[in-house]
Structure formats: C-alpha cells, structure tokens
Design a protein around this ligand. Structure first.
Ligand code: IMP
Ligand code: MG
Length: 376
C-alpha cells in the first residue's frame, strides 16, 4: 500500500484513479440523461472541486454553461457564528437549472450555506453533485442528488482535497493512516541480517553495506570497540562479559541508540547479531520508532546443519579458531542458534518482514538473492 506524508501526517492509498473515474462516469451518465435540452449551469465550488469538475465535465455531453464560486468563511458575531459568503458569482441563475459541484460533503454546513445563498436568485432548480460524501457525518436535510463515492468519516486528501493547503494535486485519494508513528517515509533501508555461525553473514553484510551505502551495526564489534576505548558503556559491558554473562538488553539497546544518534541522515542500517530475542526485537522496534524509522526486512540466511559444520571445521583449520574445531561444540552453537532465532522468525514473520534466503551457493549467487529480496 502506498503511503505519503503531508505536513506531520501519514496518509495511505484509499481510492484509485480508476475507481474515481468509474464513479464520475456514473454521475455523468445520470446528469446527461436528466438534463438533455435543459442547458444546465454547472457551478463548481472552489478550490477543492477543480479535479472533479474537470473530469466530470469532460464526460458531460449536454449543452451547458460552467462557472465557479468560492466559499469564504469568517467568524461572524457571536449570534451569527461562522458566516459563509459566496465569492465570484457572476453567472445569472434566473430561470436556470443549477448543478452545484462539490469535492466533498461532510457535515453539510458548507453546501447548506451555498444553497441558501443561491435559493433567492430565481433558479429554476438547484441540485448538488459531489465527488465524496461522508454519509455518517451529514447532518442536513437537503438531499444530495449525485454522489460519486460514499466514504467513511476519516479525513481524506488528494484529487482536489487538501490537508492544510497541500495534497490537492494528488491524482488519487488518500486517507489518514491509522499508523502515524512509525516511519518517516524517508527511504531509509533497515535490515536485520540473520544467519547461523558459518552462514557467510559477515561477507554478505560487507557487500550489502557497500551496495546500499548502509551503516553496518554489529553489536559484537561495537561492544569490543567500547571496551577497547574504555567508555562507561564499555566498562559496564565488560563486567558482564568477563563473568561470561550476556550483556543485558538495556545496555545493548543504549548502545544502538548511541549509534543511531551518531549516524543521523544515514541511508539505513544493517543490524547484525541483534536482536537475538523477541524482547530485544521489541526494544529495537521501540527505539527505531523514536527515530521515526523501522525495520524494513529481516533476511535470514539458511544453510543446513551438515553443510555448516563442514564450513566451520574448514574455517577452523584455516584460522585456528578454537571454537571452530570441535564438532560437538559447533553442533551446540548451531542448535543454540536455531532455538534462539525461531521465535524471532515468528516475530518478524508476523510483521510480514521475514525472508528466508538460500545460503548455499557462491558468494555472488547468495548476494544476488539478498539484493533481489531487498529490491522486491
Ligand atoms: P462540511 O461543511 O462539513 O460539509 O465540510 C465541507 C468542507 O470541509 C469541504 O469543502 C472541505 O474543505 C472540508 N473537508 C471535510 N472533510 C474533508 C476531508 O476529509 N478532507 C479534506 N477536506 C475536508
Ligand atoms: Mg471545499
């Protein structure tokens, strides 16, 4: 679903160009049928009606005149309340069939005052055609003769309608989104990269970072760096790590918060090695929300266990890394990974963000799969 931002608000697609066009065609058919030979005067109410008026009138094939007015509102005296005035009416209406063209009828206050003003100008008939009609909001008795689309009560923009001056040019109609908080719709690309030990995560992260100009955020690397630089955070983390304990979520989240602050304006982040639990994933979501962004997708590199063990043993032979040599230790690491990440697959899966990537193949083949998934 496509989303847009106008001022401080997020709107999402609601009525497509095709739906609007079909609805306008229906209204045009009705009017053509009813007004043949009657030479009606169409009176568009600006500003909002310009798209509707143009598209409707292109489909009108009876002889007619077209004119526009503007409704000006100003605060009257206490007894009169909000006064509406019609500006720019230069069309003689005496004896004519008038069809008022509105973008939207909400409470009906506007249309009522327009009809009131016109009603003593001697028109033969006055009827109303509106693009949108908020049925549940309408409070008046005046019948709305032609309704292209009946909509719910939510605020809409586009196709002539504005939100605080903007959005009128949009060629379809958007509705205020229920989800306002999350993303700034700023094209940030935030990826959570997953993969068991030996899946080639490091290699792929480096390539993704390069291709999409991302900040690679590896919690392990940051922790080691903080410790090396003996920062307060490093000192705190070291205490846990020295005891062989996991660094608490809070500490890690703080660390990621610092990293987001230091990289304001980044094209996006690759989160590597974090989150590891559902709790952490939730905390990360909250943190990103504060930064007006969100995780776009989780990429999970999948390699079957036997292949992983072979790869790790190979790596152990080459690097001499102790934890890469012992087969049962390796199996245990894989087992732990599978057990720990399973809930995260569910967590991201529920958000529609989980993507399983076949992690067997050449580096380029796997990279292509990742890129294809990101671009999808
Ligand atoms: P009414 O006087 O309550 O019927 O409201 C009509 C006027 O309110 C329209 O001409 C618009 O200017 C404005 N309006 C009502 N609902 C919306 C909406 O959802 N989007 C944009 N403008 C609206
Ligand atoms: Mg209006």
């Amino acid at each position: 679903m496509s989303k847009i931002k106008i001022h401080d608000k997020v709107f999402e697609s609601y009525l497509s160009e095709q739906e609007i066009d079909a609805a306008i065609s229906r209204v045009a058919d009705q009017i053509n049928h009813k007004y043949r030979g009657k030479q009606p005067v169409f009176l568009g109410v600006l500003n909002g009606c310009f798209y509707f008026a143009a598209d409707l009138l292109k489909k009108i094939d009876v002889e007619c005149e077209i004119s526009f007015v503007k409704v000006a509102s100003y605060q009257g005296t206490q007894s009169t309340g909000n006064v509406r005035q019609l500006l720019g009416l230069d069309q003689k209406l005496k004896g004519r069939h008038v069809i008022i063209l509105e973008d939207i009828v909400d409470t009906g206050n506007t249309i009522e005052s327009v009809v009131d003003t016109l009603s003593n100008m001697g028109a033969e008939s006055i009827s109303i055609a509106t693009l949108l009609y908020k049925e549940e909001m309408y409070e008046k008795d005046i019948p709305i003769d032609y309704i292209a689309l009946s909509i719910k009560s939510d605020f809409v923009v586009g196709y002539g309608l504005d939100y605080d001056g903007f959005g009128r040019n949009l060629n379809e109609i958007y509705v205020l989104s229920e989800v306002q908080n999350i993303k700034d719709y700023d094209n940030m690309l935030n990826i959570v990269l997953f993969g068991p030990p030996g899946a080639g995560k490091g290699t792929q992260a480096a390539k993704l970072k390069e291709k999409f100009n991302l900040v690679h955020l590896s919690t392990g690397d940051i922790l080691r760096e903080e410790i090396k630089q003996d920062t307060p955070l490093g000192q705190e983390a070291k205490g846990f790590m020295d005891k062989g304990e996991l660094v608490p979520d809070e500490v890690v989240i703080n660390m990621i918060g610092n990293c987001l602050n230091q990289n304001k304006g980044a094209a996006g982040f690759i989160f590597d090695g974090f989150p590891r639990t559902t709790e952490q994933a939730r905390a990360l979501d909250n943190l990103l929300q504060q930064h007006k962004t969100e995780i776009d997708l989780m990429l999970s590199l999948e390699v079957d266990d036997e292949e992983l063990v072979d790869r790790i043993i190979q790596r152990g032979r080459e690097s001499g890394r102790e934890d890469d040599k012992n087969e049962s230790v390796i199996y245990n690491r894989i087992l732990t990974y599978n057990k720990k990440t399973a809930p995260l697959k569910t967590y991201f899966g529920d958000q529609g963000k989980y993507n399983s990537i076949d992690g067997v193949g050449t580096i380029e083949e796997i990279f292509d799969r990742l890129v294809e998934t990101i671009n999808r």
